[in-house]
Ligand binder design. Structure first.
Ligand SMILES: NC(=O)c1ccc[n+]([C@@H]2O[C@H](COP(=O)([O-])OP(=O)(O)OC[C@H]3O[C@@H](n4cnc5c(N)ncnc54)[C@H](OP(=O)(O)O)[C@@H]3O)[C@@H](O)[C@H]2O)c1
Length: 349
């Protein structure tokens, strides 16, 4: 059986180690991908630290896959050996996770990377873009999404012209995709919170206003009301700590929807029936309504990247292949600013 290196989490809250494991075989509708680059996400350190999400061990983590097509499973068309592709990894399905040298992708939610987009940039996209897209644009999951019309479809492009949108955590990986999708959807103004040193970057990405995230709640409310008096019916909280959630809820107009990336921590006393709060599930692989939106997104993603409508996050490449992910996750836990940490699994000793 052909083997590869993988980063293994042997047990709940155990210590990561690089080990030799079998290369998975693509089944029907699957593609075997040689992973050139994978990005690290907060969920990966949270799983190790808190023992959440993963139901069986040993586990392989990692949700962002950029690499080349190695082999096609039965029934897969539209891809050829050597194609540069991206897809999202799947937690709890080791053969589909990205912290290994070879992994599987589902062909219907995998797409080609344009020539001028690097593997590293592409690796920053799948999980965070999915989280932004599913939280805002999945009408099939009203309990997990604002349910707006996706801007990568003709109906949705520019549909929300002159409606305000606010994003907490604009410089986070997820927040940057929220901003870019909001631009395509026509929202204006697009108000982001971030540290001042990231303001110019977010303005270039399409935010119209950046508010210093260190301001008090009252100061933030004041800044927002100086920017717009229109009701803000769409707010995306990509930080989702109690402070941002409660402030976002205060800013949300009646009839509006607040999208959270983490569990609802809003003060129960202020809850009202005319403000919707949803928690996104950022996985385009689950065989449900998420997959349906994922297919739609992936069918347009190559063109969105070619046209520059969507660009990846800034990247820092970690040394030492899969081994480097261990230190990278420790850094991510401390917090990063406007950068995605990316590893090269093929550089594993
Ligand atoms: N529900 C899901 O399916 C799902 C999927 C993906 C991610 N998530 C969660 O979403 C969150 C974001 O993930 P990510 O990968 O986008 O994170 P990330 O890129 O690592 O986030 C780092 C950024 O967070 C910003 N930030 C931190 N505290 C902030 C605050 N109080 N206000 C505004 N910005 C703040 C920092 O901004 P500055 O440097 O500008 O200060 C920094 O740029 C994580 O908690 C993650 O676990 C959930």
């Amino acid at each position: 059986m052909p083997t590869q290196k993988g980063l293994i989490l042997p047990s709940k809250q155990g210590a990561f180690r690089v080990d030799t494991i079998p290369i998975p075989k693509p089944g029907s509708g699957e593609i075997l991908i040689k992973v050139a680059a994978t990005a690290l996400n907060p969920v990966d350190w949270k799983i190790q630290a808190y023992g959440a999400i993963i139901t069986h061990y040993p586990a392989i983590l990692g949700s962002d896959i950029a690499g080349t097509v190695e082999a096609l499973g039965p029934g897969v068309t539209g891809f050829a050996s050597g194609d540069r592709v991206i897809t999202q990894g799947m937690l709890n399905v080791n053969e589909h996770a990205s912290f290994q040298q070879y992994t599987l992708g589902y062909a219907d939610v995998t797409t080609q990377i344009p020539d001028d987009v690097s593997f590293e940039e592409a690796a920053t996209i799948p999980l965070a873009l999915a989280t932004a897209a599913l939280g805002l644009f999945n009408k099939h999951t009203p309990e997990k999404s604002a349910g707006l019309v996706p801007p990568w479809t003709e109906d949705g492009r520019g549909l929300y012209e002159d409606e305000p949108l606010m994003v907490f955590g604009g410089s986070s990986s997820v927040g940057q995709y929220v901003i870019q999708l909001a631009v395509l959807a026509g929202f204006s103004p697009i108000i982001a919170t971030a540290s001042p040193q990231n303001a110019d970057y977010l303005l270039e990405l399409g935010a119209t206003h950046v508010i210093d995230r260190h301001l008090s709640a009252d100061e933030t409310l004041e800044e927002v009301s100086a920017i717009t008096t229109a009701p803000i019916e769409t707010i995306y909280d990509a930080v989702a700590i109690p402070e941002t959630q409660n402030l976002a809820y205060d800013l949300l107009a009646p009839g509006g929807c607040l999208v959270l990336v983490l569990g609802d921590a809003i003060d129960k006393k202020k809850k009202r029936s005319d403000k919707r709060v949803v928690q996104v599930s950022g996985n385009t692989n689950t065989p449900d309504a998420n997959r349906r939106l994922g297919r739609s997104l992936y069918s347009e993603l190559t063109v969105l990247l070619e046209d520059g409508d969507i660009q990846g996050n800034l990247v820092e490449v970690l040394p030492d292949g899969l081994e480097g992910i261990i230190g990278g996750l420790a850094r991510l836990r401390q917090g990063v600013s406007n950068v995605k940490l990316v590893a090269h699994p093929q550089e594993t000793e």
